[in-house]
Design a protein around this ligand. Structure first.
Ligand code: ARG
Length: 261
């Protein structure tokens, strides 16, 4: 009887270990292929890279991810989550890839692997159309809105003291649009966000806001995969290389650019 109890205990422990591993393990490329779907996580608050158009999530990163899924012969499954949950989603295996206009920076490289870059970006400053702020130096005594956990947040918060320009106060929003709304309502003085989405916000709110000419940073977007998954990384990189080579990537970007005007 005693022995039976011990066996049951061992079996239970083994089961727990398996299920614990199950929920924390990331999927290999063959797991993805066998399951028939590629799980991509993004934060669809970032036009034109990912945004909602009549309930559907669309954008440059979606088009790229569809190509990746297609090359693997699987369906693309998109999950739209908070920006600062994207890296944890990759680490826990809830996502196979993250395509979110994500800047490949040194800090994130400690937790995930990045593909080759596919877009050059910068952090731009949006102000009210009638603002007297003319450049980054004017932000020194101003309140600036950013999207939580983004490189714009890192730059303005300046925890490591590396930023060339400083701001008086940082307000963090879960969506860039909420920061822009507060800017238009006069509750904050500026918004720091990536240049292409910044242009989009200006287009969508014509006459009320403008983007300043000076950019704060130079950055590169890349697709993130779980750390150490070189098979997945190679698969992503070969699709990106093909899309660059054939001109398809430029065409996709141009499609969303022309939608701006
Ligand atoms: N490029 C910036 C970063 O990596 C902002 C990206 C925001 N992307 C989004 N889908 N909301 O931090």
């Amino acid at each position: 009887m005693k022995k039976l109890v011990r066996i049951a205990a061992i079996a239970a422990a083994a089961l727990m270990a398996v299920s614990a591993a199950g929920c924390s393990s990331t999927r290999s490329l063959s797991d993805v292929k066998n399951s028939g779907k590629l799980m991509m996580s993004t934060n669809a608050e970032f036009e034109p890279f990912e945004y909602k158009d009549g309930g559907e999530i669309v954008g440059i990163d979606i088009d790229i991810s569809k190509k990746i899924a297609e090359s693997l012969g699987v369906e693309l499954e998109i999950s739209d989550i908070a920006f600062d949950s994207l890296i944890p989603a990759l680490q826990s295996g809830k996502a196979d890839i993250v395509a979110a206009g994500m800047t490949a920076d040194a800090e994130r490289r400690e937790s995930v692997d990045f593909s080759d870059p596919y877009f050059n970006a910068s952090q731009a400053i949006i102000v009210a159309a009638d603002s007297d702020i003319t450049g980054p130096a004017d932000l020194a005594d101003k309140t600036v809105g950013v999207q939580l956990g983004t490189t714009g947040d890192q730059y303005c918060t300046n925890e490591d003291g590396d930023s060339e320009y400083t701001v008086a106060e940082v307000r963090r929003y879960s969506k860039g649009m909420e920061a822009v709304s507060d800017l238009m309502a006069g509750r904050i003085d500026a918004v720091v966000i990536d240049n292409f989405p910044a242009q989009k916000f200006v287009e969508n709110n014509e006459g009320a806001i403008k983007v300043l000419d000076t950019a704060l940073t130079e950055e590169e977007y890349a697709i993130a995969v779980p750390k150490g998954n070189t098979e997945m990384l190679d698969a992503v990189n070969s699709v990106l290389a093909e899309m660059k080579e054939s001109g398809e990537l430029d065409e996709i970007v141009a499609k969303y650019e022309s939608a701006l005007s």
